[in-house]
Ligand binder design. Structure first.
Ligand code: ATP
Ligand code: MG
Length: 393
């Protein structure tokens, strides 16, 4: 058996909520470890997962997609006896992976024969003698050889693995992210999840003007993001009638502005019905006409709920970097059009006026269509398992 030792990072600064944060992290990890024979425990400042060697890669994959972890160590376990610790090091050290090393010993079991300094020195000499061609560098070693000596057992581990940081998903209440098929909104949703928010997704589609391929794209993006959370609810809104009315009734240059105001109204109603606390979207200031500060302000004017825009101040290239890292980029660039791109006007207004937007909206009563759209939402629960798309629609 091996043990993974998890360090929490930012989470450990939350004094009063500490227990809740750690419990949430534990629940998130054990949900994802479903089917793997592993045992989770905690003590002050650490979480431990005991597991069988064969499952190492699966468990690493889970930890690499879980927020709230600063770093983790993969430890071999042995008796707290000098010879056992030495032989464990010799059996587990990978001599191709380093030229220089340093030994770090932590000893919480004071009954052990050597103190930390003595143990580090002795183990260092032992490694020099038994692993050829290596030298010690205490300042900048290629490999840290770490030994933690406890009363019942000792841990041997090497360089730590970096976690994603952030807070465990679920320490904040629910919010709803507007997910289009583009590059920006999955990144925005990811960043919101990283702050511990339980995110559900909302996708506006305009069948038959948009295709089922566009829907499939959004489902596949949701699957990617579900790696970072338990299951995710994807709410699909039929936006066709509203969009068609907008095109009949508003000046062409204002259609995007009004469409976005309608989306926000629908979002607000979804929040109200589902106890959501915020809207999250992928707007990035200045990226396109509908995202100038003036446009954002005219669109935002329809709602009082918090609208969080995690990528508002990022450059496109910075957003793309994250999209690549979270593996959504290749899906996002597939060419299926969403409802914004299908209806995009030739010359969208860059600095819309609020009065004009309201004037165009007053030409038709959208309320019943908004209610109908929310009443008829179609919801799919998505996990990161490989679902068959046909079973989901
Ligand atoms: P993205 O790359 O995320 O598609 P974008 O640069 O194409 O963003 P817009 O189309 O102006 O920008 O949309 C801005 C934001 O509004 C999106 O990031 C997304 O959060 C939301 N949004 C746009 N279209 C839809 C849609 N069809 N369904 C859900 N949300 C949408
Ligand atoms: Mg888009």
């Amino acid at each position: 058996m091996k043990v993974i030792l998890i360090r929490y990072g930012e989470l450990s600064t939350k004094k009063d909520n500490r227990g809740f944060f750690i419990n949430t992290l534990r629940k998130n990890i054990s949900y994802k470890l479903n089917g793997i024979d592993a045992k989770i425990s905690t003590d002050n400042g650490h979480m431990y997962i005991r597991f069988y060697d064969n499952d190492l890669n699966k468990i690493k994959d889970v930890l690499d997609h879980t927020f709230g972890i600063l770093e983790y160590d993969i430890c071999s376990v042995c008796k707290s006896v000098e010879e056992d610790i030495f032989s464990t090091v010799l059996n587990t050290i990978n001599d191709n992976s380093f030229n220089t090393f340093k030994v770090e010993t932590k000893r919480s079991y004071k009954g052990f024969t050597l103190n930390s300094m003595e143990m580090s020195r002795k183990l260092g000499s032992y490694i020099l003698k038994n692993v050829k061609g290596k030298s010690v560098d205490v300042h900048n070693p290629d490999l840290r050889v770490c030994v933690e000596i406890r009363e019942k057992e000792s841990f041997v581990y090497y360089n730590s693995y970096k976690g994603l940081g952030g807070y465990p998903v679920g320490v904040q209440p629910k919010a709803f992210a507007m997910l289009s098929g583009g590059i920006d909104s999955p990144v925005a949703a990811y960043l919101a999840m990283k702050r511990g928010i339980s995110v559900s997704f909302v996708y506006f589609e305009a069948l038959p003007h948009t295709s089922l391929n566009a829907r499939e794209k959004v489902i596949n993006l949701t699957k990617k993001l579900a790696k970072y959370s338990q299951s995710i609810d994807l709410h699909i809104v039929n936006f066709t009638e509203i969009q068609e009315e907008i095109y009949k009734n508003a000046d062409n240059s204002y259609t995007i502005t009004i469409m976005r105001r309608m989306m926000y109204r629908i979002m607000e109603e979804i929040l109200r019905r589902n106890r959501g606390y915020a809207i999250i979207n992928g707007e990035s200031i200045g990226q396109v006409a509908s995202q100038t500060l003036k446009s954002i302000s005219v669109v935002n004017n329809v709602t009082n709920v918090p609208v969080i825009r995690p990528v508002a101040c990022l450059d496109k290239l910075e957003i793309i970097d994250i999209a690549r890292k979270i593996d959504t980029y290749d899906i996002s660039i597939l060419p299926y059009e969403d409802c914004c791109t299908v209806f995009v006007p030739k010359h969208p207004v860059i600095n819309p006026s609020l009065d004009k937007a309201i004037e165009y909206e007053n030409r038709f009563d959208y309320n019943s269509l908004i209610k109908k759209a929310v009443d008829n939402i179609y919801t799919i629960k998505i996990t990161d398992n490989d679902h068959d798309f046909d079973n989901l629609i």
